[in-house]
Design a protein around this ligand. Structure first.
Ligand code: MG
Length: 225
């Protein structure tokens, strides 16, 4: 079984909020003109998601996220300070992956599945950062292999990253199922590689994709599989 990591197992939003709220204090952003943490969080979530979607589509590279993300966020909050944005960027990248929150029932379901299946991760991310997330949240031990887009040289939804993962474990498309929260990278990606998938949609977002399996709580995996 193949899992996505961010927003599927590792609670990206909660972990990101914790890291940002620490940075909000450390960097004294209130004194610099950002009235509340909520303003920062809201703008971060919106711009961050846009940039990662552009990254997934191959429109921008990692460096743009690294060097421009916080600058754009601060500018849109009325703070024009490029050096501050660079400091925040490197501190955020160091701090956020050390956060431990998982999505509800993640550990419970991994415990259950581990006894029956080989578990893998396929993630559009970077080796060092994703490895830190897995170890800080205590779930590294469940996975036989972790395939990042950095390692595979391809990003989901490209079928090559799925083929890379399957070749590594000597699996066939029929042997595996992909579980992920993103209709493009995870679900369309799995389809590109002729793999079945389960769409994890905890907020029950509306969509028009024709799906075989959709769940809003990871615990439902126990009854699907
Ligand atoms: Mg995800």
């Amino acid at each position: 079984m193949i899992f996505d990591l961010d927003h599927t197992l590792w609670d990206y939003d909660k972990n990101c909020a914790e890291a940002l709220s620490e940075l909000y204090e450390i960097k004294k952003l209130k004194e610099k003109g950002i009235d509340s943490f909520d303003n920062l969080f809201e703008v971060f979530m919106e711009m961050n998601m846009q940039m990662w979607d552009q990254y997934d589509l191959g429109i921008i590279q990692r460096d743009v996220i690294r060097y421009q993300r916080f600058h754009r966020i601060l500018l849109s909050l009325g703070v024009d300070d490029y050096n501050l944005s660079l400091e925040m960027s490197s501190e955020y990248v160091a701090l956020s992956p050390t956060k431990k929150n998982l999505l509800p029932n993640a550990m419970n379901v991994l415990d259950y599945l581990r006894a029956k299946y080989n578990l893998l991760i396929i993630t559009n991310g970077f080796d060092d950062i994703q490895a830190t997330k897995l170890s800080s949240s205590g779930i590294s031990k469940y996975f036989d292999s972790v395939v990042t887009s950095e390692k595979a040289g391809h990003k989901k939804p490209a079928k090559e990253i799925f083929e890379y993962a399957m070749a590594k474990g000597n699996y066939q498309p029929n042997d595996v199922i992909m579980i992920g929260d993103n209709l493009n990278t995870d679900i369309k990606g799995a389809r590109n590689a002729a793999i079945d998938s389960v769409y994890f949609n905890p907020l029950k977002k509306q969509h028009k994709t024709d799906l075989k399996h959709e769940i809003s709580d990871l615990i439902e995996l126990k009854s699907i599989l």
